[in-house]
Design a protein around this ligand. Structure first.
Ligand code: NAP
Ligand code: ZN
Length: 350
């Protein structure tokens, strides 16, 4: 066992405090990573505040991890000491079920081991459940560690490990590209990376944000159009318009109104995960043969493909770097949609 500094909350309404956690001894296929940066995803907040139920405390969130390899197990072939690497939402999966064999580990049937808050044997994590990236070090099996290409800074790469692949995966799955009209609802951590990636894929990109306050940024990130959803006229102007709509909003939305913005055979993909059920009218989807779908992060191979794509297109997240003692304040600002566009913790401050 080795020890690492980490920041944990002890209750849904708790504040982050510095703790010391144990990381396991390196097995033959394990990689020890010196974490340099950890992004703050809204999912961290949902979990730390127990908004999805089942949270375990003390909770060390963090699944947008970028760092350097510090040591490798005896049988590791994919990574070497000093390599620039990343870890996203998953640290393991069964490897045998149909989705795992297809490289879609996020849909592992027995359930992937998520980077934090997943029950595991004490040999994997002494606490009995996984502890995430708000920490100075982590041990991860080599197949769940991806390479961060030269040319993307580790700080702006960190958010790509979740936000990047969560948008890249549905954009690829639903064939975003030239001639396709793609809308992104919500331009926060996920949304802003989605705008950059969709535009680099050649799609015609529209942002649907609750106000026009970030329009200039949206245009800079590659959006061709920008509308405020607080204006009812938006829903009249854009009716039957889009091939693909990606909803990244962390709060409840009147989803039926957005479904009506899809043209014939269009698809609205749920990415944002608020806790309440959605309400849709059967006529809205039956008319124009619209589809309502969902998507979870992306597989490991696709995460690597996304990082390579981002390096090739000069895409990184827009970040505000914070020290570890600023996590509580950053959470408040994310919830208030006051983030431009991802907070990233500099673990040197731990
Ligand atoms: P975020 O940075 O807080 O961005 C969410 C955006 O939603 C905000 O910037 C805001 O955009 C919009 N929004 C927030 N509250 C709103 C409200 N009351 N009404 C209308 N719009 C509102 O969060 P994030 O990190 O991007 O995560 C977004 C959601 O995706 C979370 O629920 C998270 O758990 C989920 N998530 C899902 C996956 C997956 O695999 N499916 C992966 C990661 C995260 P505007 O200001 O532009 O309106
Ligand atoms: Zn996330």
């Amino acid at each position: 066992m080795s020890t690492a500094a980490a920041y944990a909350v002890s209750a849904p309404d708790g504040r982050f405090e510095k703790v010391t956690i144990e990381r396991r001894e390196l097995g033959p296929h394990d990689v020890l990573i010196d974490i340099k940066y950890a992004g703050i995803c809204h999912s961290d907040i949902h979990t730390a505040r127990d908004e999805w139920g089942g949270a375990k405390y003390p909770c060390v969130p963090g699944h947008e991890i970028a760092g350097l390899v510090a040591a490798v197990g005896s049988a590791v072939t994919r990574h070497r000491v000093g390599d620039r690497v990343g870890v996203g939402c998953m640290v393991d999966s069964c490897g045998e079920c149909e989705p795992c064999v297809a490289g879609e580990e996020q849909y592992c049937i027995p359930g992937a081991t998520m980077t934090y808050n997943t029950p595991v044997a004490p040999e994997i994590q002494a606490d009995g459940y996984t502890m995430g990236g708000y920490s100075t070090q982590i041990v991860v099996t080599e197949n769940f560690v991806v390479s961060i290409p030269e040319g993307i800074g580790l700080d702006v790469a960190a958010p790509l490990l979740c936000a990047g692949v969560t948008l890249f995966s549905p954009l690829r799955h639903w064939n975003a590209g030239p001639g396709k009209r793609v809308a992104i609802i919500g331009m926060g951590g996920l949304g802003h990376v989605g705008v950059k990636i969709a535009s680099a894929m050649g799609a015609e990109v529209t942002v649907l944000s609750h106000s026009l306050s970030k329009q200039e940024d949206g245009t800079k990130f590659g959006a061709h159009h920008y509308y405020a959803t607080s204006d009812r006229q938006t829903f009249r102007d854009l009716r039957n318009h889009f091939d693909l709509i990606l909803n990244t909003v962390s709060a409840d939305l009147p989803i039926d109104s957005y479904l009506k913005l899809l043209r014939l055979d269009g698809t609205l993909v749920i990415l944002g995960l608020p806790e309440n059920p959605l309400q849709i009218k059967p006529f809205t989807v039956a008319g124009y043969r619209r589809s309502l779908a969902g998507s979870m992060i992306g597989g490991i191979a696709q995460t690597q493909e996304m990082l390579n794509f981002c390096a090739e297109h000069g895409i990184g997240a827009e970040i505000e770097t914070i020290s570890a003692d600023q996590i509580d304040g950053a959470y408040e600002r994310v919830v208030a949609s006051d983030v431009r566009y991802r907070f990233v913790i500099d673990t040197a401050t731990m």
